[in-house]
Design a protein around this ligand. Structure first.
Ligand code: HXC
Length: 254
């Protein structure tokens, strides 16, 4: 069986991904900043019968990422899920706020992807990378321009290194969720009264995703069932990014 790193793996979508991968028998390495949350998450994962290590580090720390990836006994893949985000009118966003979000999402992806690719190439071993972006990587979104810019960068990075590392047997894909009702996403992005209800009315399938529904796509892309898939983006957004119809002054379903 293979070993996969999941960044931001101690909660939300990352933990759901780790659980789903464990159910398929993959060993896991969970990465996040908070040690206590990592310990709790790893206990859940080990209960599913696989090995699970933890690493408390900041994905922005290139040296710490390289050291972790180099020192793992085995590693076959990484899921770049850790993301920075908060909603803010762009003219009010500080340079440091913009930088924090871009560095967590985009630089974090660069750090783990390159560390893994270097190791796999040295070992002449194949592997898989899955980057969690969002649909606003290509639609854009007001008040989260910092996150959209980072996710668009991740999308271009995904396709670029899929082409570059394909000959080395390293596949690189992305999953683009729409809105997923995790605790942190609801409190950070959709805290305004009625916002969650208004948004769900704009989704053809009429509801937000469960984190497990995102995890299902990730486990497919990280495993052998997608052996001929690289540079792909799997959109899992209930149809939201397909756009509004001419008649959509009325909510979907009416
Ligand atoms: C305005 C904020 C802010 C906020 C942080 N900053 N939170 N500005 N509003 N709510 C600013 C700070 O003021 C500071 O700038 C800069 O960001 C760095 O903040 P720090 O506190 O130093 O912490 P740091 O750890 O570097 O980063 C903060 C953070 C990060 C970016 C907020 O902790 C984080 O992203 N946490 C949330 C993680 C999360 O929820 N991820 C899931 C996202 S869900 P100044 O100028 O003051 O120094 C998602 C899906 C959306 O993305 C999909 C929808 C379809």
């Amino acid at each position: 069986m293979t070993t996969h790193i999941v960044t931001g793996g101690s909660a939300g979508i990352g933990l759901a991904i780790a659980r789903r991968m464990a159910q398929d028998g993959h060993d896991l390495v969970l990465v996040a900043r908070n040690e206590e949350k990592l310990v709790m998450a790893a206990t859940q994962i080990r209960a599913l019968g696989v090995n699970c290590r933890t690493a408390a580090l900041d994905v922005r720390d290139n040296d710490a990422v390289n050291q972790l990836v180099d020192e793992l006994p085995e590693v076959d893949g990484v899921v770049n899920n850790a993301a920075g985000n908060f909603a803010k009118p762009t003219v009010e966003l500080s340079l440091n706020g913009f930088r924090a979000v871009v560095e967590i999402s985009l630089y974090g992806t660069f750090n783990f992807s390159t560390a893994l690719a270097r190791r796999l190439m040295a070992e002449q071993k194949s592997g898989a990378i899955c980057n969690i972006i969002t649909t606003y990587a290509w639609t854009g979104a007001p008040r989260v321009a910092h996150s959209a810019a980072a996710k668009a960068g991740m999308l271009a990075f995904t396709k670029s290194v899929a082409r570059e590392w394909g000959p080395d047997g390293i596949r690189v894909n992305a999953v683009a969720p729409g809105f997923v009702a995790t605790e942190s996403a609801v409190s950070n992005i959709l805290s305004a009264p009625g916002a969650a209800e208004r948004m769900s009315q704009m989704i053809p399938l009429g509801r937000f995703a469960q984190a497990e529904e995102i995890a299902e796509s990730v486990v497919f892309l990280q495993g052998d069932r997608s052996a001929y898939t690289t540079g792909a983006v799997l959109t899992v957004d209930g149809g939201r990014s397909l756009g509004m119809s001419m008649h959509q002054a009325e909510p979907v379903g009416t």
